[in-house]
Write a protein that binds this ligand. Structure first.
Ligand SMILES: Cc1ncc(COP(=O)(O)O)c(C=O)c1O
Length: 399
């Protein structure tokens, strides 16, 4: 059976019993290992050197170099990468500006470090942290800004750095989704006090679990290294209290092997994003985040937004209809962080101090965004079919 069936503008939706655009659904992501990745992991298994050793060290050197940073420190995942960066740079009680529109770990690891997250709204056009809103929430206790390069799209780094300079804030960038993205031609590792990455299975560089912190300051790298491994410099001598957040060499080997392909795979994602841009720009009622000049995303996720006034359906109904056409989607994220039950007490305290509990743009995004399939193997046929499914569903539900 062919993977695609031609749809006419008047074709009824698959969700209503019509023919789908695709009988074989498009893959949402492609996290599969290649034989050389398995071989690299196997070599470590055969060697018996399972702890962090040469393959982790190689990943640290190569990944920090390719992202423009001086030091890279592998760790167990992107959450512990954040905790290590926060632990080394912040003190309990510090107020830290953090986007309300990001994955929970960016904010929850502040709580784990004894800091107070001050939630900042998203910019309605870029979906990234709104720097004007951030500036309004600065108090004498504000010590840092922790911001995410969300979906693989770098934030406006110059603006973040200027705000930080003006108020003497530290900057931690969560680049869990932004491996190899660049800002004004420079790697993201060049900016801020620390940059954190996740190598979770579905990330652009996926090792299963894994993460890294990159920094440019020698003393900070040393401090993070100690924090990562029980404050131990000499065997069983513990200079400070720390954690065991180490990576292992099986993970390191998979990371090195996948890193060989990451530049080409990132280019392939960029090609797919360009094709998507052209499709989205032709459909009234569906928008995409503004990407400013000088920003080169890594496209971990390709996220769009529906205008609820343009359609008779909700975002979830729209997604169900395109799924029936053979196009899976995901919602990153269904809630603003200020609506997460985990943060209810913090949100109430912030509301008392800043006068608003829920930044409105983050809440609106939670109801209207969805992510289309994105990976390095997305073919032109795939994006053509996705475009057809989007047009078909949009015209069926147009108000
Ligand atoms: C923006 C962001 N920060 C942090 C993390 C946490 O990374 P990990 O799942 O490796 O702990 C993720 C993972 O989804 C993420 O997307």
């Amino acid at each position: 059976m062919p993977a695609t069936t031609p749809a006419t503008p008047s074709a009824s939706l698959a969700v209503d019993g019509g023919n789908p655009v695709r009988t074989a659904p498009v893959a949402f992501m492609k996290p599969q290992l290649e034989p050389q990745d398995v071989e690299a992991a196997h070599a470590v298994l055969k060697s018996g050197m399972l702890r962090a050793a040469s393959r982790c060290a190689e990943l640290e050197t190569r990944f920090s170099e390719i992202t423009g940073a001086k030091h890279g420190l592998t760790c167990s995942n992107g959450t512990t990468a954040l905790q290590l960066a926060y632990g080394a740079l912040l003190e309990p009680g510090d107020e830290v500006l953090v986007p309300a529109w990001t994955y929970i770990a960016t904010a929850s690891m502040l709580v784990a470090s004894g800091c107070r997250p001050i939630f900042v709204d998203a910019d309605p056009e870029s979906y990234q942290i709104d720097l004007a809103d951030a500036a309004k929430r600065i108090t004498p206790n504000t010590k840092a800004i922790a911001c995410t390069h969300l979906y693989g799209i770098p934030v406006e780094v110059d603006g973040v750095q200027a705000l930080a300079r003006e108020h003497g804030l530290k900057v931690i960038y969560d680049a869990a989704q932004s491996h190899l993205a660049t800002y004004k031609g420079r790697g993201l590792g060049e900016f801020g006090d620390a940059v954190t990455y996740s190598f979770y299975a579905t990330k652009n560089l996926g090792t299963g679990e894994g993460g890294m912190v990159t920094v440019n300051d020698d003393a900070l790298a040393d401090k993070i290294g100690l924090l990562r491994s029980h404050g131990e410099r000499d065997k069983y001598i513990h200079e400070s209290v720390g954690f065991n957040y180490r990576m292992n060499d099986i993970t390191g080997a998979i990371g090195c092997s996948r890193l060989d392909r990451l530049p080409q795979e990132t280019d392939a994602r960029r090609g797919a994003a360009k094709r998507y841009d052209a499709i989205i720009d032709e459909i009234d009622g569906i928008g995409r985040p503004r990407i400013d000049d000088g920003i080169e995303p890594a496209w971990h996720l390709y996220t769009v937004r529906i205008d609820p006034d343009a359609f008779t359906c909700t975002r979830d109904e729209f997604c169900a209809a395109i799924k029936a056409e053979g196009v899976p989607t995901a919602v990153h994220y269904p809630l603003s962080l200020t609506d997460q039950p985990a943060f209810a007490e913090i949100v109430a305290r912030n509301a008392a101090d800043f006068g608003d509990a829920h930044p409105p743009v983050a809440r609106r995004l939670a109801k209207t965004v969805f992510c289309l399939p994105m990976h390095h193997a997305l073919s032109e046929q795939d994006t053509d079919d996705i475009g057809e499914a989007l047009r078909k569903v949009a015209s069926a539900y147009r108000r």
